[in-house]
Design a protein. Structure first.
Lengths: 328, 296
């Protein structure tokens, strides 16, 4: 049989240069588009389409499997680059604060209401139980959490915990509070996956602890002062926890009742929305941590504490729920 | 034209379906990229590499912070404690996210194994999806870990057992679905695919064209595409005992003796060229011969 040059070999020799060029551009582009000149950036989609057409031809005429595998991986890499996200980090952050986060929070308003109601229910239950019998206090709050704030403590001691100010580690304390709370909030969100129940429990339990503390201070005649102590950061922090719980509820609810879409599609939509909320929650907890760790320790005037906490909640609600002009 | 009155095959193989872990992704240009999903073993490898890196960073970072504290004395203790607390928080929560947000959408471990994250519908991979898939690690990884180390001891026998079962559901979730999705992938609409960097290998048909070994039409009609690709593998691997065995097998099949001065490698390369030329020219006329049982 006479040895002819194979068509597939001629095909490869003609196009090989383009593939290598694309490969080289991709390697640089994946490190960051600033690595490429304008001309190179413009030529990338063209080279990508040429590589795709090469792949299509190669599948039809070539039996060199390593060539086809090479083209498949090359085209896949190029596809993800060409059709990937094109926004810069700054643009993404802007879009997040301008639209994504408040929109997602507004969309989850039902879940947020449920979350708030559950917390309030927890507060009411714990308050009523502790008021009827102080030993209930210990069922809600462990000794590590109480740190001496117990029914047996004197009013003076309790007052000291509310106004005992700076011990030099304010910012460390703030940072610790932030990381700890953010971790808990992330857990509350993730747990929502198990049909809402664990999230609901966490939110409710949060309310129980709060209720027990409130009763403790009110019964010692320190209700107003405790309110100020709690209010300064609590409005932001509790709101953040409520949103985290709401994100968890949305996940669990969608898993149980996906609605018109398939369960898989509905879950990925709900998951992405909840993720946006959670990103915001982490930011909110950062603010709360600063208010709690620094603001509360430095500001010991109850009226100012109420003012700051009140301003915070008004600001958050305005930001999330006030209708905004639709973007043209 | 042949399939209608095809003679009886000795064993008719079913037409090749897509292999198990290959998923269709048709680009807007209308070409199927045939994505290959990552195997569990590969993902586990990538994960362990990442965990090793994270632990390395944590240990190294702690040492550096500790040395800084020693050098700076008590006064800067506060700043150093903040650096450590924030550093470990960001490492735990944002290590995976930060790397998956880059254009390669892969952590160092995934890069090492040749994997990347992609959306299941082929669209762009947004920040929300990456956040969702990684926030779920809290449930899949850190909760079981903290359970094992702390709560397990407090909860007692049955409590610990219930906790372990609960954790196992999430840890082994990927083994119970077709697409090998973790809970995080499920929530975020993503999956992990193979995206290795391959270099273009030499064309085996590009060797010196005339080695003087000729084959008749009957001789090149013995095999099909499947055998050709096996032969390609053998030639690329260049393992001497295999080459010898395969050459002997093919010579026996073709009833050819081994002429003096002809090495096994020369023979196989020449046969590969001839077979590929024959099969490709037939492919141009619309017949792709699957394997040796697929009669022309």
């Amino acid at each position: 049989m006479a040895e002819l040059t194979l068509k597939s070999r001629r095909f490869r020799e003609e196009r090989e240069g383009q593939w290598r060029k694309l490969e080289e551009l991709l390697a640089r582009a994946e490190k960051g588009t600033s690595q490429l000149s304008d001309d190179e950036l413009i030529s990338l989609p063209v080279l990508y389409r040429e590589a795709l057409s090469s792949l299509s031809v190669a599948r039809a005429i070539s039996l060199d499997q390593s060539l086809i595998a090479y083209l498949e991986t090359l085209c896949t890499r190029a596809y993800f680059f060409v059709y990937g996200t094109r926004t810069t980090l700054i643009e993404r952050i802007q879009a997040f604060f301008r639209e994504d986060w408040p929109n997602a929070a507004r969309d989850l308003w039902r879940e947020t209401v449920i979350s708030v109601v559950l917390t309030a229910l927890g507060v009411a239950v714990a308050y009523a139980l502790t008021a009827s019998d102080t030993s209930w206090f210990y069922s809600f709050i462990g000794p590590a959490m109480a740190q001496g704030r117990e029914p047996t403590a004197t009013t003076a001691d309790l007052r000291a915990t509310l106004f005992g100010g700076s011990d030099g580690f304010l910012t460390v304390f703030a940072t610790f509070l932030f990381t700890h709370n953010a971790q808990i909030a992330l857990l509350a969100f993730a747990l929502g996956f198990a049909f809402c129940l664990p999230s609901a429990f966490l939110v409710f339990y949060n309310g129980l602890m709060l209720g027990a503390f409130i009763e403790l201070f009110v019964s010692h005649g320190l209700g107003i002062e405790f309110g100020g102590w709690l209010f300064i950061h609590g409005t932001t922090e509790l709101f953040a926890v409520a949103l985290a719980g709401a994100a968890g509820f949305r996940l669990g609810w969608t898993l149980a009742f996906p609605g018109a879409q398939s369960r898989v599609d509905a879950m990925s939509e709900a998951g992405k929305k909840a993720a946006i909320i959670m990103t915001g929650v982490v930011a909110m907890l950062g603010v709360a941590g600063i208010l709690e760790g620094i603001g509360r320790q430095l500001i010991s005037d109850t009226v100012v504490r109420y003012a700051i906490g009140g301003a915070a909640i008004v600001l958050w609600c305005t930001y999330f729920y006030l209708p905004r002009e639709p973007k043209a | 034209m042949s399939s209608a009155e095809a003679p009886v095959r000795r064993s008719a193989p079913a037409p090749p379906a897509l292999p198990e872990r290959v998923r269709e992704l048709v680009t807007p240009e209308g070409i199927d990229l045939k994505l290959r999903l990552a195997e569990m073993s590969e993902r586990a490898t990538a994960f362990f590499i990442d965990i090793a890196i994270m632990i390395g960073i944590l240990v190294g970072g702690t040492l550096i912070v500790f040395l800084m504290a020693l050098a700076a004395g008590r006064r800067s203790f506060e700043a150093i404690a903040i650096i450590w607390l924030l550093g470990s928080f960001f490492l735990r929560n944002f290590y995976f996210m930060a790397f998956e947000l880059t254009p390669r959408a892969a952590t160092p471990g995934k890069r090492a194994v040749g994997l990347r994250v992609a959306t299941r519908n082929g669209g762009p991979l947004g920040f929300d999806a990456i956040f969702a898939r990684n926030a779920m690690r809290e449930l899949e990884l850190f909760l079981p870990l903290s359970f094992l180390s702390v709560y397990g001891r407090e909860a007692g026998g049955w409590g610990a057992l219930a906790g372990l079962v609960w954790c196992a559901v999430f840890v082994f979730f990927p083994l119970f679905n077709r697409d090998r999705l973790r809970v995080g992938d499920f929530i975020a609409g993503t999956w992990v695919i193979r995206a290795p960097k391959r270099s273009l290998e030499l064309d085996l048909a590009a060797g010196e064209a005339d080695s003087g070994i000729q084959f008749t039409r009957a001789e090149v009609d013995v095999y099909g595409v499947k055998e050709l690709s096996v032969l390609e593998d053998v030639l690329r691997r260049k393992d001497p005992p295999t080459i010898e065995a395969v050459a002997a097998r093919i010579r026996a099949k073709l009833h050819r003796a081994r002429p003096r001065g002809e090495t096994d490698l020369q023979f196989l390369e020449a046969y590969y060229r001839a077979l590929r030329a024959r099969l490709e020219s037939r492919m141009l006329f619309g017949h792709r011969r699957r394997d040796k049982f697929d009669q022309p």
